[in-house]
Design a protein around this ligand. Structure first.
Ligand code: LLP
Length: 441
């Protein structure tokens, strides 16, 4: 089922390649104290679509795709679908000329539903099931990133059974520890992902893939982690991977055409956060470490989707505990943004629905879930007259929020509303209690 081809947005023109690294999408503006996104005021958005909601700036999404594509015109940009995926995102990627990285059968199903060309899909995962692998081979995915010796055998058998030769990349852990939260660092030797370079497992994986007639070695892959804001780790991993690639080519007398160096570029969440390098700077650092005959691929997720969306909440209660803290409770929380609780991620929030000249005082913005760890923003300066009915906006909410949202406490997951040129449309609808109850027998 193909998406509607004729409503594709035009490719962004050059001014859109100017990226604003302050966490807000480019169309964010303030009119009389009210935040506007894509030309629409947040009060109108809340009235029409309800809260909580993720409001996604379509221009920002397309511009970020274009920025990566233009940074690597002779390579491949695979959007990391885990950051945020839905059929409309697939159609934007298609329009922008990007490929897609999926890591489960579910993400594969969304790629199919969005009409993605299977040849432009790369399939990741450290424990893909036989059924998922079979479906990927049958659909004709461009590349499977093999992650274990078991998987090499399984995939070789499945491809042989299907009478095809499956292109694969081998996921290598290059022994690089990224400067990020340990839960999202993936490139060290002690990792569930891939084959360790230092332990010699990567070299063995290359041998085994080359020995399988039904597999074609299309490249090597590494991904060192996520929310990385300096170039050092990227350059180090690229250098090690390039040296390994060359050594494998020499040892086996083959050409390994591609090096996929994963995603991981971080974003700004709040004022004062380190400003990450641009896609062009990342690509330049990678290119400097990799021979020019090798085709480069990258897999940005967060750095495309993250700054595109703003999470919009309504304040329900304000609780002052004299001498202790002021709690501002909103109508969402850890179910729509688990990142503060999981990774200690720090966000900011602003009063978005009106102007206030009240003095600021620190408040803690919390959600509606039944546990104390349900904190969205701690010790945030906020006008002292913040009150029930106000709207709060949290920028940089486009990546790993809707995609990691849960139904904890039977809360329904918020919609994603795309805004552009004064028009808004739902691209992921709000979940209903009916949706929740449908599962129960
Ligand atoms: N490629 C591979 C193989 C990956 O594992 C990932 C992310 C990406 C690309 C995209 O990375 P990005 O450019 O988005 O950093 N839930 C965590 C992030 C986990 C990232 C997992 N892998 C968070 O909320 O911070």
């Amino acid at each position: 089922m193909l998406g509607p081809r004729d409503d594709r947005p035009a490719l962004p023109s050059s001014p859109m390649s100017l990226v604003i690294e302050n966490g807000w999408p480019r169309t964010a503006e303030w009119t009389g104290g009210e935040l506007r996104l894509g030309g629409i005021g947040v009060r109108d958005l809340a009235a029409e679509f309800g809260t909580p909601a993720y409001v996604l700036d379509e221009e920002e999404f397309l511009a970020r795709c274009a920025l990566w594509r233009d940074a690597l015109p002779d390579g491949e940009v695979h959007y990391g679908g885990k950051a945020f995926l839905c059929p409309q995102v697939v159609r934007w990627l298609d329009a922008a000329g990007l490929c897609l990285d999926v890591c489960t059968g579910g993400e594969l199903a969304v790629a199919m539903a969005g009409g993605m060309d299977p040849a432009r899909v790369v399939f990741h995962g450290n424990n893909k099931s036989v059924a998922e692998l079979r479906r990927a081979v049958a659909w004709g995915v461009g590349c499977v990133v093999v992650d274990s010796f078991t998987e090499i055998e399984r995939l070789a058998a499945l491809a042989a059974e299907a009478g095809t030769r499956q292109r694969v990349m081998i996921r290598v852990t290059p022994g690089v520890t990224a400067h990020t939260h340990e839960f999202i660092a993936t490139g060290g030797d002690d990792s569930k992902f891939g084959f360790s370079l230092n332990a010699g497992l990567a070299a063995e994986a290359v041998r085994r893939v080359l020995a399988e007639d039904s597999l074609e070695l299309a490249g090597l892959h590494s991904h060192i982690g996520s929310q990385i804001t300096d170039l050092g780790g990227f350059a180090l991993a690229a250098g090690r991977m390039a040296a390994f690639l060359t050594a494998c080519e020499d040892e086996h007398g083959v050409t390994i055409p591609k090096l996929d160096l994963g995603g991981g570029l971080g974003i700004v969440h709040r004022p004062g956060d380190p400003v990450p390098p641009s896609p062009a700077e990342v690509v330049a650092a990678l290119r400097a470490a990799v021979p020019s005959r090798v085709r480069l691929a990258v897999e940005p997720g967060r750095s495309i989707a993250g700054p595109t969306a703003v999470a919009l909440y309504e304040v329900g209660t304000v609780k002052d505990i004299p001498g202790v803290r002021t709690y501002v409770s909103v109508d969402g929380g850890m179910s729509d943004n688990p990142r503060p609780a999981m990774y200690g991620a720090a966000y900011t929030a602003v009063l978005a629905s009106r102007a206030s000249d009240a003095p600021e005082r620190p408040v803690t913005v919390v959600g509606r879930h039944c546990e104390s760890g349900d904190v969205l923003v701690r010790d945030l300066p906020m006008p002292a007259d913040v009150r029930p009915g106000d709207l709060l906006a949290i920028p940089a909410s486009g990546a790993y929020q809707r995609s990691m949202a849960s139904n904890y406490n039977h809360v329904t997951r918020p919609p994603v509303v795309a805004v552009r040129d004064g028009a808004a449309r739902v691209i992921v609808r709000r979940e209903t209690e009916e949706d929740l109850l449908r599962l129960y027998v």
